[in-house]
Design a protein around this ligand. Structure first.
Ligand code: FES
Ligand SMILES: [Fe+2]
Length: 372
C-alpha cells in the first residue's frame, strides 16, 4: 500500500472535496453510525426531531468515549429505545453528556452550573442528496468550492432511482482509481469495449472522458451490442458521474472516499430512465433497471479485481497511445494543496487530449456524440 506522500501529490494527506460517507438508508433507524474517513473517527446520525443528518467528531471531550460505537448495555441507550440520539442531539453512553447538532454540549445531568465552552466536538458540513450522505472535506477548513453532487433525474418519476452497491474497502490509494478516468488502453482488454472514439478533457475541478463503441458486457436483450456512449466526469476528487446511452439511458455513479492513507471505501450505483419509456417508471422498469445496474456493477468489478491485487503505480511506463495519465495526475494534485495554488496545477493540465492513434470523440468532421 502506498501513501499520498509516495505519489507526491502535495501538502495534504487527504484531498479537498465532497465525499460520500454513507448510504442514506443506513440511517433509517435512529441508531448512530460509527464511521471512519480521512484518518478520523466520526459519529453520524439522523436527528429524531428534524430528520437532519449530523456528523460529529467521534470522541466525547469528557473522557473520550466514542459517541456512536455500538453500545447495547448503557442505560442511556436502553432508555433511549436502543439509541442514544435524543432530539437532534446525541448523548454520550458513559456519563450522559448531551451534544447538540452544532457539537456543543448542552446538558450534563449531574452537573449544576455553567457548561464549559470547551465541552464540544467539531460538527461537519453534511448534505443528503441522491440517496447518499456527503461531507465537504477541506484540510483548510474553507467553504465548499463547488456544489454538492445532485442530478435532476433523481426527482424525475420516469427514472428508476438507484440502490447503492456497497463495494467495501479497497486497499489502494485513490490515485489508482482516479487513473481510470484517462485509461483509454484498458477499455478493450478489461471491459470488452471496441473504442471507436475517445478523448479526455480537464477543466477546473472536472475531469472528463468521452468515448463510444460496441461493448461486450452491457449488451442488449437480444445479445446484440448497441453502440455504447459514455460521457464520464470526476466532479472533484471523489465523485464520478457518467451519462450512458446505448441500451438504456442511464447515469452511473462511482464514489470513493479515503478511510486512511492508502485505503478507500467504494460505492457504485446506476439510475436508469424507464426502459419501457413510461412517464412514471413501473415495476417492470424497476426490475430491468436493477438488472442493468448489476451489469454495470460487474463491469466495474472488472477494474476492482485488478486494483485489489496490483502494486502501486508510482512510476508508470506510459506511452503516447495511453490516455493522458500524467495530466490527470497533475489535475488531481489541486485537491491536495492549498486552494491558493490551484491555478498552478490547472495551468499544467487543462486541455483536450486524444491519445495517439485514437479518433477524438468530438471530432468536428462527425459532430459530437454520433455513433459509427
Ligand atoms: S466520556 Fe462522555 S460523558 Fe463522560
Ligand atoms: Fe474501467
Amino acid at each position: 500500500m502506498a501513501t499520498t506522500k509516495d505519489y507526491r501529490l502535495g501538502e495534504f494527506t487527504f484531498p479537498r472535496g465532497w465525499f460520500m460517507i454513507a448510504d442514506a438508508t443506513e440511517l433509517d433507524t435512529h441508531k448512530p453510525l460509527a464511521v471512519r474517513f480521512f484518518g478520523k473517527d466520526f459519529a453520524l446520525y439522523r436527528g429524531r426531531a428534524s430528520g437532519r443528518v449530523v456528523l460529529l467528531d467521534a470522541y466525547c471531550p469528557h473522557m473520550k468515549t466514542h459517541l456512536a460505537a455500538p453500545n447495547n448495555t448503557s442505560y442511556v441507550v436502553i432508555d433511549g429505545g436502543g439509541s442514544n440520539v435524543e432530539g437532534d442531539g446525541i448523548r454520550c453512553p458513559y456519563h450522559a453528556w448531551r451534544f447538540g447538532p452544532d457539537g456543543k454540549c448542552d446538558d450534563i445531568p449531574y452537573h449544576q452550573g455553567a457548561i464549559p465552552a470547551a465541552a464540544c466536538v467539531k460538527s461537519w458540513t453534511v448534505v443528503e442528496s441522491l440517496g447518499a450522505i456527503w461531507v465537504w472535506h477541506d484540510p483548510e477548513g474553507g467553504e465548499p468550492e463547488w456544489e454538492h453532487p445532485s442530478l435532476p433525474q433523481w426527482d424525475d418519476p420516469s427514472w428508476v432511482r438507484w440502490k447503492f452497491d456497497h463495494l467495501g474497502e479497497l486497499r489502494q490509494h485513490p490515485q489508482e482509481v482516479i487513473d481510470n478516468i484517462c485509461d483509454n488502453g484498458h477499455l478493450g482488454p478489461i471491459h470488452g469495449s471496441t473504442v471507436q472514439r475517445y478523448e479526455n478533457e480537464l477543466r477546473g475541478h472536472i475531469a472528463t472522458q468521452r468515448q463510444c463503441g460496441p461493448h461486450r458486457t452491457l449488451v442488449g436483450a437480444d445479445g446484440v451490442s448497441p453502440i455504447l456512449h459514455t460521457v464520464t466526469s470526476y466532479h472533484g476528487p471523489g465523485v464520478l458521474l457518467s451519462d450512458l446511452t446505448g441500451l438504456y439511458d442511464s447515469v452511473l455513479m462511482i464514489t470513493h472516499t479515503p478511510v486512511d492513507d492508502g485505503l478507500i471505501k467504494v460505492w457504485h450505483a446506476l439510475m436508469v430512465k424507464s426502459p419501457g419509456n413510461n412517464a412514471v417508471a413501473t415495476v417492470p422498469d424497476t426490475v430491468a433497471a436493477r438488472q442493468f445496474q448489476e451489469s454495470s456493477r460487474l463491469a466495474f468489478m472488472q477494474d476492482f479485481e485488478v486494483w485489489t491485487n496490483k502494486a502501486p503505480c508510482l512510476n508508470g511506463m506510459f506511452l503516447p497511445s495511453d490516455g493522458p495519465f500524467m495530466k490527470a495526475r497533475q489535475w488531481y494534485k489541486q485537491f491536495y494543496n492549498p486552494r491558493a495554488r490551484r491555478q498552478e496545477f490547472l495551468d499544467e493540465c487543462e486541455g483536450l487530449y486524444v491519445p495517439r492513434g485514437a479518433v477524438a470523440y468530438s471530432d468536428p468532421q462527425r459532430g459530437p456524440g454520433q455513433g459509427e
